[in-house]
Design a protein around this ligand. Structure first.
Ligand code: NAD
Length: 420
């Protein structure tokens, strides 16, 4: 039976930079000063798509500062923004499983948006799905391929929407390039470069090199874009990884000894329509790029196929600003636009950071109303958990290749992707 679309209750998991714009050192100085998830959900509540909001971190101590930050920098800047939310845990002591209490308070059909450290995505997403909740999990969805397969199975069993927040799929240039690649014939070569300045090693100190690496953190973006372009046309078969080291582990960063600076994955791809066509992909990511380069994230890729090529440079979009104090900088208004509209309201509804979250909210609401089945989104080219399994396969294979110093094969057996 189909009904009208109801407003969605949403729990935000993680109270960090992406959700709130608030970091250990106060308001973030990056390109996410007031965050993305909280702001987008407050605006979607203003527009009638979202109802009750809650947020869970690992300690209640940070919430008074976060609430003040939202009051001043969101409610105080944009018109008609209700920035209220219920916070978990209530107590100030460290509690890494407070997400269970917050999830237990929700009802089937509500939603959970997860922006927590990479190694916590799997238990939180699984717990939410098993409570019949729709889930949007940030990239990298999980670190291990068996965990990804388990989430695909759980989402199917509980008939809920589970998307990975691969917002670059909604970048107008990337999505246009994806469509154009389809007419260029057999794939031949892909190369991607993404980097952030080495000051990020301070920002990421708590987990860098310990709980995740720069390939999971940054290459996940372009590996997903390439897998998306190749979906149904070719599959990855073999991964060899190489890493540069020595900067992160030296003064002044002194990261843990196993921290890599720059990770490169070399991946073989096999065409599904022609046994003689094979391609090569090189995905590189670094968090030891120079300071003051004018961009927060260098991000460029090159795609070559039988009948043409595509070049994308999303760090320099033909738009730069010079200020006496700081010099030249390239901004990215296609991602999040923070300046208010003529009427004084939030005006970033066309940014791909916003669209990515709105697509998930719309999907969950339409499933709740009985208009669509969650599995239908797999056929829409959206970053569903089922559509993103090869992204995790490549990232996981890369990690194994680095740790065990060997090539890793990706295979499809008994209806499932595995690593060998
Ligand atoms: N910052 C970015 O630009 C960005 C962009 C896209 C995706 N991401 C992804 O989002 C995730 C978080 O990134 P961030 O930059 O917001 O990190 P962050 O370090 O600023 O925040 C992480 C938050 O997660 C919370 N947390 C940790 N363990 C938890 C648990 N067990 N339960 C609930 N909360 C827990 C922490 O308290 C903290 O508030 C990462 O997976 C990252 O890859 C970040």
């Amino acid at each position: 039976m189909t009904t009208e679309m109801k407003k969605l209750n949403v729990l935000m998991c993680g109270a960090g930079e992406y959700t709130t714009g608030w970091t250990e050192k106060g308001a973030s100085k990056s390109d996410k000063k007031i965050g993305v998830v909280g702001l987008t959900l407050f605006d979607l509540r203003r527009l009638g798509k979202v109802d009750q909001l809650s947020m869970v971190g690992v300690s209640g101590a940070k919430f008074p500062a976060i609430k003040k930050h939202f009051e001043e920098n969101i409610a105080g800047v944009y018109k008609d923004m209700d920035v209220s939310f219920e916070s978990f845990p209530k107590a100030d002591n460290y509690n890494p499983v407070a997400y269970k209490e917050a999830i237990d308070k929700l009802s089937p059909g509500d939603a959970v948006i997860i922006f927590t450290p990479d190694n916590t995505h799997y238990p939180i997403a699984l717990y939410a799905i098993e409570h019949d909740l729709h889930v949007l999990v940030t990239k990298p969805a999980v670190q291990l391929l068996p965990h990804h397969n388990a989430l695909v199975a759980a989402a199917k069993k509980h008939n809920v929407v589970c998307f990975v927040e691969h917002h670059k799929r909604f970048d107008p240039v990337y999505s246009d390039a994806k469509a154009r690649a389809a007419s260029l014939g057999e794939f031949n070569f892909f190369s991607a470069w993404m980097s952030q300045p080495k000051s990020q090693l301070d920002t990421f100190r708590a987990w860098a090199g310990k709980d995740s690496d720069i390939s999971y953190y940054l290459s996940s973006h372009h590996i997903d874009i390439h897998c998306w372009i190749m979906q149904g046309r070719a599959v990855p078969t073999r991964v060899v990884a190489s890493a540069a080291t020595g900067i992160a582990t030296s003064e002044p960063y002194n990261c843990v000894p196993q921290t890599e600076d720059t990770i490169t994955l070399l991946v073989d791809w096999q065409s599904l329509s022609s046994s003689k066509h094979r391609g090569t992909a090189v995905y590189s990511a670094s968090w030891t790029a120079p300071l003051k380069s004018g961009v927060h994230s260098a991000q460029q890729w090159y795609y070559m196929a039988e009948k043409g090529e595509i070049n994308v440079d999303q760090a320099h979009r033909g738009y730069d600003i010079v200020q006496d104090e700081t010099g030249k900088a390239w901004y990215n208004p296609f991602y999040m636009k923070y300046s208010p509209s003529e009427s004084g309201h939030f005006d970033g509804q066309r940014g791909y950071g916003y669209i990515s979250i709105e697509k998930f909210i719309d999907a969950a609401r339409s499933v709740n109303a009985g208009h669509v089945q969650p599995s239908e989104f797999d056929g829409h080219g959206l970053p569903t958990i089922a559509n993103t399994v090869l992204t995790t396969a490549i990232l996981n294979a890369g990690r194994i290749s680095l740790d065990e110093k060997r090539p890793v094969n990706i295979k499809h057996t008994n209806g499932e992707w595995i690593l060998e």
